[in-house]
Design a protein around this ligand. Structure first.
Ligand SMILES: Cc1cc2nc3c(=O)[nH]c(=O)nc-3n(C[C@H](O)[C@H](O)[C@H](O)COP(=O)(O)OP(=O)(O)OC[C@H]3O[C@@H](n4cnc5c(N)ncnc54)[C@H](O)[C@@H]3O)c2cc1C
Length: 393
């Protein structure tokens, strides 16, 4: 039995979700898994994958039917991302995750009916690709240090600044940008969200960054040079961008945590398959208690992480926000994954260090999860703030 099926998950997933899971898994195994190595080498996966996923209704799983969605929920989106990570397709999982679970949900939540109608049908069909622009060269963990600025001009806005590390940045059609807006509110910076079409004059794509892994998904630097935005490029209320992006980060962390757990179970599968077939000292290395117990500990941690991720996702789906369990889920999932990936490589011995074995790629891809969507340290800080409070200075 597969390790992802050993625990009932009814609290988040219904029978419908499990049917969806079976379809997504079958599709991913046929259409993505055989091409992972080839796409990583090509530094790109075909854009048509977005359209194919859109055509199957998977991109629109959690969106209302009136915009071309399937009317399901976050759990359905989690199923999609989990099944991509479950086969080690991290580049595709990340690109699709950013598109459908990070950059697009704020349009539904904070957009006007016109903005939704303008953007969602193309995004859910995969005809257009979305990216999310928060990080800047000098604003990573500290989102409040963002310098990109939008100023009012002639009934619209002028946008200036730059973003870095933007997933899908090289081929996105629309970028959801967090920018400073005036006026400052009681000395505190005011932030707002903007929908920026990448075809606009002044939108400059910089380098596609060369990463350690996840080569098939593009990560880019973007510059905005006096981009003239219409009034309705503003998403939601002016000055409310910080709170809006915190809501987005809640969902982003839940989905990232789910993907981390799924990749961890893939690493576990690779380890089990390998140790069963590798013989030393006259027997299978799966018979050595030292190895069995190390793997058992790690799969237990991964299973615990999965339970926390799914129960937290359910609470978020029911309307709870900003609870410390989101940071906990992200933290423990990322660490359970990296522990598993590292040991799974270890049991491969020297073969684990050979590029022809998939475990090496998993090991490298896993490492990002402790950094992106907020680092381990930031998750610990959020947890501490909730449960320990702020210290008096
Ligand atoms: C492959 C990839 C894809 C990404 N995709 C996107 C994307 O699509 N959109 C986007 O906006 N961003 C994206 N990011 C950016 C990502 O969110 C940031 O890299 C991350 O939040 C960390 O910011 P930083 O890299 O600037 O590190 P820094 O914030 O400079 O942190 C450096 C170190 O200091 C630690 N640190 C910082 N503050 C504290 C503190 N208060 N207490 C203790 N330790 C602290 C950090 O934990 C870290 O270990 C991506 C990053 C990568 C690598």
């Amino acid at each position: 039995m597969s390790a992802t099926r050993t625990t009932p998950e009814h609290y988040l997933f219904t029978e419908e979700h499990e049917l969806l899971r079976a379809s997504v898994a079958a599709w991913a195994r046929e259409r993505v898994q055989p091409h992972i190595a080839e796409w990583e080498a090509a530094r790109e996966f075909p854009r048509e994958i977005f359209e194919e996923l859109g055509g199957l209704g998977y991109l629109g799983a959690q969106y209302p039917e009136e915009y071309g969605g399937q009317g399901s929920d976050l759990a359905a989106n989690i199923v999609l991302i989990e099944e991509l990570s479950r086969i080690g397709a991290e580049s595709v999982s990340m690109a699709i995750g950013v598109h459908t679970a990070m950059a697009t949900p704020p349009i539904l939540k904070f957009g006007t009916p016109q903005q939704r109608q303008h953007y969602l049908p193309d995004l859910l069909a995969g005809r257009k690709i979305a990216a999310l622009g928060i990080s800047e060269p000098d604003a990573g963990s500290d989102v409040s240090a963002i310098r990109t600025r939008a100023t009012r001009a002639d009934g619209g806005w002028v946008l200036n600044g730059s973003k870095t590390f933007i997933t899908n940045g090289s081929r996105a059609d629309v970028v959801l940008v967090v920018a400073r807006t005036s006026p400052e509110n009681a000395g505190k910076p005011s932030f707002s969200l903007f929908l920026v079409d990448t075809a606009q004059p002044g939108f400059v794509r910089g380098r596609t960054l060369e990463k350690l892994g996840r080569h098939a998904v593009d990560t880019a630097e973007l510059t905005f040079e006096n981009i003239e935005l219409p009034e309705d490029a503003l998403l939601g209320e002016e000055g409310k961008g910080f709170g809006q992006i915190m809501w987005e980060l809640d969902a982003e962390r839940i989905v990232a945590a789910a993907a981390a757990v799924a990749l961890g179970f893939y690493a576990f599968d690779l380890a089990v398959e390998y140790i069963r077939n590798r013989h030393q000292f006259g027997r299978s290395i799966a018979d050595f208690q030292a190895i069995r117990h190390e793997l058992a500990t790690r799969v237990a941690m991964l299973t615990a992480a999965r339970e926390l991720v799914h129960s937290t996702a359910r609470r978020f789906q029911l309307g709870e926000e900003r609870m410390p369990e989101i940071a906990m889920a992200k933290l423990v999932a990322a660490n359970a994954l990296t522990e598993m990936a590292d040991y799974a490589l270890q049991v491969h011995g020297g073969y684990g260090y050979m590029a022809e074995y998939p475990i090496g790629r998993v090991w490298i891809d896993a490492r990002l999860r402790r950094i992106s969507a907020g680092t381990d340290e930031i998750q610990r800080e959020i947890i501490a703030r909730h449960l320990i409070g702020k210290t008096a200075r």
